[in-house]
Design a protein around this ligand. Sequence first.
Ligand code: ZN
Length: 408
Amino acid sequence: MNEKKLQQYAELLVKQGIRVLKGEEVWVYASVQNHEFATLVVEECYKAGAKKVVVDWSCEGTDRLTYKHMKLADLGKVAPYTIAKWKYASKKLPSKLYIDDEDPDLMKGINPQKIAKANMKAFPKIKPYREAMDGRYKWCIAAVPGEKWAKKIFPKCSTEEAIEKLWEAIFYTCRVEESGTNENWDKHNAYLLEKRNWLTNLNLKYLEYKSKNGTDFKVELIKGCAWGAGLEKTDTGKEFNPNMPTEEVFTSPLAGTGDGLLVATKPLSYQGQLIEDFSIRFENGKAVEVKARKNQEVLEHMIKMDEGACQLGECALVPYTSPINQSGILFYNTLFDENAVCHIALGIGFKELLPNGASMSTEEATKMGINNSMIHVDFMIGTDDLSVVGIDENGKRIQLFKDGVWAI
Ligand code: ZN
């Protein structure tokens, strides 16, 4: 283990990820198997001036037992103390750092319908608090190797070797070096900002996707909706990097539009289950047919979670040459895999990309054409021959992506 890089990474999450400011309260979500790294992060938070750091610990083993043994009726209940916690968070707006290390197969063997239904029941009870916090606090999702996750990626290695290899992959894709990590991110953010401004200023009306694998899809965009990438800002202008790593430049398409076929090019890990070799056919903005070689029923449940689950929330452009794709590793984790190549998401869109969107209610954003749903699930469609053409209001065609990379 490269201790210097480990230290740089902990600092990165605190200084560039949630960008801790003096006097802040920070909530760290970590699992017990990575308590040492979580401790490093907490120390960095205090060094950066946090006044209080709370760690919300989880454990893969007990999380699985919860879903295995608890009855659906009890799983869907939200305890008063959980509500009280959400209420507190929606007032105090702590910065939230999620350190993910979850086994992609954690829920294997557990009825996906049970998990989906429990989430559906619990969601409305915390929704008002989530909405009250939306766009007003800093957050970041990053990852560290978990034992089972690392073994899933590198099945032929010993656990120790697999963890070491996954650390190296995380450092590589997060641009972590023994020194200069912070500067790497400033440079990367500047590059993402340039692409995002270019796309926003094109004022595109349609996106057209084509690939030899069968992808042939056209979707309409929302007039005035911006493209996002890299750094985000809260309503009071505090900057943060919500995803580490990040390579995508993305927008929310117009809900209720989108026709054609999208062929997935990487497996999708959803709620502990792996959906493989799948495609989704859209008509009038709705997924009308899904096909999957493995776990088709999980995909079918997913798009029926609510009305918006079969509609689109995101179109994201990522060059096929991204460090994540270059690494040649399938991470079985959306945080990484979604930043490998171009992707599309089913479910809720990004209202903050609309002018004054951050202060809009979900209902107002829905009226403007942003899709609404309890889910947001990305799936990869990028290939080395993917073409993406933008079409503006006058019908002018602009080649955005050619052979899987930026055309300009
Ligand atoms: Zn995305």
